[in-house]
Design a protein around this ligand. Structure first.
Ligand code: DNO
Ligand code: MN
Length: 406
């Protein structure tokens, strides 16, 4: 595996110096400031490459931009409205420019309106640190009482609705506002400027789009961009829905193994693949990460390795972002499958036999407490995650691992 780290750009609190000290091998980044749908020019791509090529003192960082996360797919493409055709052409142009500058692994997602959804961004843990959490009851209370979506109550079972009534009744205004801000935090654009009315309007645009229709739009997008990616030698990799179940009445089409199979078969090319994110997928008990890796291994182009603890059975359910090795997903079994896949690729002589991975989110611990920053992206929690994952990788690669059952 290539050990990578997400860098949001020059304003990121982590520097190349920090990453080098963490043992990071490559950088994951994106030009977040370019509006979705527009072309990423070669010049802007090179500017970012240049920014991450140097340490604070100007000496070479030895690190390169290896994965793009994300080259976002516009809402127009997802809905096939407005400028969607132009956006697809622009997407191809961006792929071309990225490839010209050596960038071949391109992550994106196909979640309508939302990216990730949590009810708590700093949920206190018994050890004193905090993490992000999805509380199903809070979420239902938001949907039914704050957003007041028409069919909200029908989206949850009776028990959840009853608990949400009780929860909302005891919620003060401060928590109501915070909850609304947290839930809408994964929406595109600045959170501050999105009112509940704006959110209602964004959701209403999907009234006539069910999962089948969204899937058709997704396949159209792939049919257009995958031939370009093939020509360029680019690997596209779709990040799964986070969390992997329907929310706010929106269609969700990348949540399970069946979903992946449908999409990978529809446009059956190695250029169209997956970002296997164990933290997102692990919020469902029927997503067995090791089994998913075995099933789709050859089409997995990027890995997000983190863990969640499912707090109750069923789908949907509450969960929180656990320590990397302590949640509901068996990370050793998952990583062992990744190592097997990499061995197969090596035998086949695949150029991409090392799959890039990053620790994805982390808990806020130690000096990160009290520091604000991108939710989910504290330096020390991710560093701890990376160190723990590296421990597993090292142990599995050691000859002694094969002798353990004697
Ligand atoms: C959350 C991330 C996602 C991811 C996008 C990929 O922290 O894993 O925001 O970057 O969904 O397109
Ligand atoms: Mn992820």
């Amino acid at each position: 595996m290539r050990q990578t780290w997400r860098w949001f750009g020059p304003h990121d609190q982590a520097s190349m110096d920090d990453m080098r000290q963490a043992g990071v091998e490559g950088v994951v980044s994106a030009l977040h400031y370019i509006p979705t749908g527009e072309v990423w020019s070669s010049e802007e791509i090179r500017r970012r490459q240049d920014a991450l090529s140097r340490m604070k003192d100007g000496s070479p960082s030895g690190l390169a931009w290896e994965v793009v996360e994300s080259l976002p797919v516009s809402e127009d493409i997802k809905k096939q409205t407005g400028d969607w055709r132009a956006h697809i052409e622009n997407y191809k142009q961006s792929l071309q420019h990225l490839s010209e500058n050596g960038l071949e692994t391109i992550c994106y997602n196909f979640m309508p309106v939302l990216d990730w959804t949590r009810t708590d961004l700093a949920w206190k843990l018994p050890h004193g640190g905090d993490c992000m959490r999805f509380d199903l009851i809070d979420f239902a209370a938001f949907d039914i009482h704050i957003l007041q979506r028409k069919s909200a109550a029908a989206s949850f079972d009776e028990q959840t609705v009853a608990k949400a009534e009780e929860r909302f009744a005891s919620m003060d205004e401060h928590r109501q506002r915070e909850l609304a801000r947290n839930v809408t935090g994964g929406l595109p654009g600045s959170t501050e400027s999105l009112t509940i009315e704006d959110v209602r309007q964004l959701l209403a645009q999907y009234d006539a789009i069910d999962s089948e229709r969204l899937r058709t739009h997704y396949v159209t997008f792939l049919e257009e961009v995958v031939p370009v990616a093939e020509k360029l030698g680019t690997r596209l990799c779709c990040h799964p829905d986070d969390p992997p179940f329907p929310l706010l009445g929106l269609p969700r089409i990348m949540s399970t193994g069946e979903d992946f199979e449908t999409i990978l078969d529809a446009v059956d090319s190695p250029a169209s693949g997956l970002t296997l994110c164990s933290g997102s997928l692990g919020a469902r008990p029927d997503n067995d990460l090791a089994a998913l890796m075995r099933r789709f291994g050859s089409r997995v182009h990027f890995l997000h390795l983190r863990n969640v603890t499912r707090e109750e059975p069923g789908i949907p359910a509450s969960f929180h972002e656990a320590e990397h090795l302590c949640g509901s997903t068996d990370m050793v079994a998952f990583i062992a499958e990744i190592v097997r896949e990499e061995k197969r690729r090596k035998v086949e002589g695949r150029r991409d036999h090392q799959i890039p991975m990053r620790p994805d989110h982390g808990q806020r611990i130690v000096d990160d407490l009290g520091r604000s920053g991108q939710p989910g992206y504290p330096i020390i929690g991710r560093l701890r995650g990376l160190a723990e994952l590296r421990g597993i990788m090292t142990a599995l690669a050691h000859p002694i691992a094969g002798q353990m059952d004697h």
